[in-house]
Design a protein around this ligand. Structure first.
Ligand code: AHM
Length: 326
């Protein structure tokens, strides 16, 4: 009887195809997979654990923090630290990056950027949320500890990125630069199993996804693009949870956009934790991702940990049309 390959098996097999691999990178990916299972359990049980609701703080980017944001952030950091394979982490929930003590046997060449719980305003009402991560190789290997320049790298330098969607089922979707693969969590065996091999995004699609409540604050180009979508009979879908909105766009085709608004003229979403990792996934699946200024997201320079950007991401034909109108 055929069975589905697990995430661990997939990572190990990919590593065996790289003759010079030290195992450090695949070990780190496997640890992220383990952390995702724990976060999945917590997200699923949140209503029973008194960890729903606000934590009482506002994070470094001005967002109201939910208790579950704090909990998942601490949990992910602990797993990355204990992996012994990660030199540091920058998180949407932290103002500064964290450097981990260097493992004497290894160089700890990788750092991780993450949004531990994206879309957290949806948690209390049982709507899909996600975790987003990106992995970079350090630029300062001669220093014992990871430095700021290790984190301020453009998206084109990502060596891996992915997301976990805590939806009707839990999915782990990732890329190491040679296609995108999706794994669905099988509760029975406690493993992510390959369910979506070599995912490809349709060139066009039936949906557009934007918070249209900000319509009056959008630029003329963005308004024209929204009118184009309406004229083309595209249907509006907006969850307000970027992982879920991008996942639908990836699977069915369409476009997701978060343009500049009065409150956030540069857009709301963060380059390091949201725009870059998801742009790598979408490009690897054949889609496109640009800013409102028509710059390719993955090529944008990163100047600060919490830099924001507008983003238009999705099927090639639709993102190209947006560029024509902007
Ligand atoms: P968060 O990291 O505080 O959860 O904010 C990010 C989320 C995205 O998932 C989503 O696309 C966006 O914020 C929704 O913002 P808005 O409510 O302004 O539409």
């Amino acid at each position: 009887m055929s069975r589905r390959i697990t995430l661990d098996e997939f990572i190990i097999q990919s590593e065996l195809r790289q003759p010079n691999s030290t195992g450090e990178f695949s070990g780190l990916l496997r640890h992220i997979g383990i952390a995702a299972k724990i976060v999945n359990r917590i997200v699923n049980k949140a209503g029973l654990m008194d960890i729903l609701g606000l934590d009482g703080n506002v994070n470094s980017t001005g967002d109201v923090v939910q208790k579950l944001d704090t909990y998942t952030n601490e949990l992910m950091i602990e797993y990355l630290r204990n992996s012994g394979l990660c030199a540091g982490v920058a998180s949407e929930e932290l103002e500064e990056y964290i450097s981990f003590p260097v493992n004497r046997l290894k160089l700890n060449k990788y750092i991780v950027v993450m949004d531990p719980l994206d879309g957290s305003s949806n948690i209390d009402v049982n709507i899909s949320v996600g975790t987003i991560f990106g992995v970079y190789e350090r630029k300062t290997l001669d220093n014992s500890y990871a430095q700021m320049s290790d984190f301020l790298q453009s998206g084109s330098a990502l060596v891996a990125s992915g997301y976990v969607l805590y939806g009707t089922s839990t999915m782990f979707v990732f890329t190491t630069g040679s296609g995108v693969n999706g794994f669905t969590y099988d509760r029975g065996i406690g493993e992510f199993c390959l369910s979506h091999s070599q995912m490809k995004m349709p060139d066009d699609g039936p949906y557009y996804s934007v918070n249209q409540a900000y319509y009056n604050q959008f630029s003329d180009g963005v308004k024209q693009f929204i009118s184009y979508c309406v004229e083309q009979n595209k249907m509006l879908r907006y969850i307000g949870s970027m992982v879920a909105d991008v996942h639908r766009t990836l699977c069915l085709g369409g476009v997701f956009l978060y343009p500049g608004t009065r409150k956030n003229p540069e857009g709301k979403l963060r380059m390091l934790y949201e725009c870059n990792p998801l742009s790598m996934i979408v490009e690897q699946a054949g889609g496109m991702s640009v800013s409102e200024q028509k710059e390719r997201i993955l090529e944008k320079e990163i100047n600060s940990l919490h830099q924001r950007s507008s983003v238009i991401i999705g099927s090639r034909k639709l993102v190209q049309k947006a560029c024509d109108l902007l």
